[in-house]
Design a protein around this ligand. Structure first.
Ligand code: 13P
Length: 256
């Protein structure tokens, strides 16, 4: 069974209301003529403050789905500054990005906390986009595959086979994020193949064959076609190039 590609835009901490509106309007205009049957699953992850507006603009457009950039795994209560899954579901959010290196590094998020989030997201019927990736130092030390295996094994702790198969993984080498220096497509393909082997070991070959694994890190319209041509790469998690409608639409076309 072919895996349906995903093109996901992670806006990170960008876009006020006006910019969010302009971007979503531009994306909707750009994808209007595209054949839905051939399109990748298109996902945008605005900030919480732009979520209402994005929700409102896309609510009648099945070609685009919403993601959140974070969530708190607890149902409700005294968690100042946090947002729950029930609140996200209220905005028809379908995906939640977790384990992003920026949250691991700047906000000290542990593998255990990321696993808690994954379990809560799946339990609520949403889909986690579970990020993993190595530092430049780890790559140079030759420990990339072992590091990714550890991150993935911990992220999937206690996740059932039925939930694992619905989850999405994003391989984002940290040295490629925001640097303009994308990982070589053949090497990204190899690494993602290794991640798939970890999933096969944790579950079975069927889950490994079905789970979608994206590449992220300086994906651009000029790199997407080669990346999508790799058999293991099921799409992209895109930062910078998702902030302009033209380039994001080019990325969607590059995945068709
Ligand atoms: P860039 O595409 O800006 O490198 O960001 C990648 C990323 O971190 C997406 O989550």
């Amino acid at each position: 069974m072919a895996r349906r590609p995903i093109i996901a835009g992670n806006w990170k901490m960008n876009n006020n209301k006006a910019a969010a509106r302009e971007l979503v309007d531009g994306i909707l205009k750009g994808i209007l003529p595209l054949d839905a049957a051939k399109m990748p699953e298109v996902v945008i992850a605005p900030t919480y403050t732009a979520l209402w507006q994005a929700y409102d603009l896309i609510k009648n457009e099945p070609k685009v789905a919403l993601a959140a950039q974070n969530v708190n795994p607890n149902p409700s209560g005294a968690y100042t500054g946090e947002v729950s899954l029930e609140m996200l579901a209220d905005f028809n959010v379908k995906f939640v990005i977790i384990g992003h290196s920026e949250r691991r590094q700047m906000f000290n998020e542990s593998d255990e906390f990321i696993n808690q989030k994954a379990l809560a997201i799946l339990n609520a019927g949403l889909t986690p986009i579970i990020c993993c990736g190595e530092t430049l130092e780890q790559r140079e030390q030759g420990v990339t595959d072992a590091h990714l295996a550890s991150q993935i094994t911990k992220a999937f702790n206690n996740i059932s086979e039925a939930d694992a198969v619905k989850s999405v993984i994003a391989y984002e080498p940290i040295w490629a994020i925001g640097t303009g220096k994308s990982c070589d497509a053949v090497e990204a393909n190899r690494t993602i193949g290794e991640i798939r082997k970890v999933i096969a070991k944790l579950y079975n070959q069927d889950v490994a064959d079905k789970i979608r694994i994206l590449y992220g890190g300086s994906v651009k319209p000029s790199t997407i076609v080669e990346q999508m041509a790799q058999p293991e790469i099921d799409g992209g998690l895109i930062g910078g190039a998702s902030l302009k409608a033209d380039s994001f639409v080019e990325l969607i076309k590059g995945a068709m």
